[in-house]
Design a protein around this ligand. Sequence first.
Ligand SMILES: *[C@@H]1O[C@H](CO)[C@@H](O)[C@H](O)[C@H]1NC(C)=O
Ligand SMILES: *[C@@H]1O[C@H](CO)[C@@H](O)[C@H](O)[C@H]1NC(C)=O
Ligand SMILES: *[C@@H]1O[C@H](CO)[C@@H](O)[C@H](O)[C@H]1NC(C)=O
Ligand SMILES: *[C@@H]1O[C@H](CO)[C@@H](O)[C@H](O)[C@H]1NC(C)=O
Length: 353
Amino acid sequence: MAVSALHSLLFAFLATCVVAAPKHRRSCTGTISSLSDVSDAITCTTVNIESFTVPAGMTFNLELATGTTVNMQGDVFFGNQTWDGPLFEISGTDITFNGNGYTFNGNGPFYWDGLGGNGGVTKPAPMLNCGIAIDDEQVVQNVKVLNSPCRVYSVSNTGPLTMTDLTIDDSLGDEPNANSNGLPAGHNTDGFDVSTTGELLIIENSTIMNQDDCLAINKGSNITFQGNICSGGHGISIGSITSDVTVSNIYVADNTITNSQQAIRIKTDASATNSFVSNVTYVGNTASGIADFGVIIDQSYPDTLGTPGTGVIISDVNFVDSETSITLDSSAEKVAVNCGSGSCTGMPSPPHA
Ligand SMILES: *[C@@H]1O[C@H](CO)[C@@H](O)[C@H](O)[C@H]1NC(C)=O
Ligand SMILES: *[C@@H]1O[C@H](CO)[C@@H](O)[C@H](O)[C@H]1NC(C)=O
Ligand SMILES: *[C@@H]1O[C@H](CO)[C@@H](O)[C@H](O)[C@H]1NC(C)=O
Ligand SMILES: *[C@@H]1O[C@H](CO)[C@@H](O)[C@H](O)[C@H]1NC(C)=O
């Protein structure tokens, strides 16, 4: 009895060790042209992805060995199915992901009904889960996402991550379709939802055409968003900010925002407590075709310019004034600031409009 108990304990221990052991790292090239190739390919430090279709309802998950370089060599399609997703997931340490201009095609029109995550059919979201358990330097570059069902990138790096030369093209979703009752078919197609504990995140030189936030920072420090083009959506957002989170050292520079609800927004939940947004710098951003607000800082989410909460302290928000230019539609408001009593300090001077 004792021996067999010890034996099963040992076995459990060994089994745990085998599962938890660091992935064996081999200098070889693994090629993926179907999901069944993944488990072998990820033992190599070069992984090439050829064009294939990920079967409906499955996640294309790359848990990579340390130091892996991934090269796309063809477009990846995802089968149609109403489910939660994600469609693609990547994690590892010291990873370089080269999209080489190839596309992840999410088949958005199959899902789009104008309701996004708020109703209608279940849509896989996010489409790409980037950075879970990523510990060291990462680069994701030159990838195109076409027609995401709903939210696109979820970014939750734990180490430095640079994302550059990415394209998100959900512009087809600007038009209504047979299932959207006259609404734009795409909805909640956030470009980048960032909730990071990493020491650095840079998103640069990318183009985002969608129907929701271009960037939404929910949590994190040392985040640079620079040289990007945002079109058709809700502009560059911090928030919405919930309870017990810190957003700090944010640098938003040289972006172009067109045909969007607002250019720049900070929104915090009216009910949030114990959160901080500090040291945010906007410089050299250009906006045109802005429908609602040039800049809006609002502590009353989910209401717009409603009764503000006081549980999120916003401080040290800077517009490097002469270099920010915002052109508004005739009905839009230049700057709206709606802060709770004492919960915003160091308010911005309004940029040129
Ligand atoms: C998925 O849906 C899209 C859009 O509705 C359609 O064009 C495509 O043929 C569908 N793919 C499959 C494999 O059924
Ligand atoms: C942000 O960057 C500074 C300077 O490099 C560093 O000291 C700090 O630890 C970083 N913050 C986080 C949360 O990693
Ligand atoms: C972004 O583009 C600028 C200007 O072309 C370039 O200097 C910079 O290196 C690019 N960033 C990255 C991360 O490639
Ligand atoms: C404020 O953020 C900037 C990045 O925009 C960073 O360079 C600077 O060190 C931060 N200041 C403090 C006091 O952390």
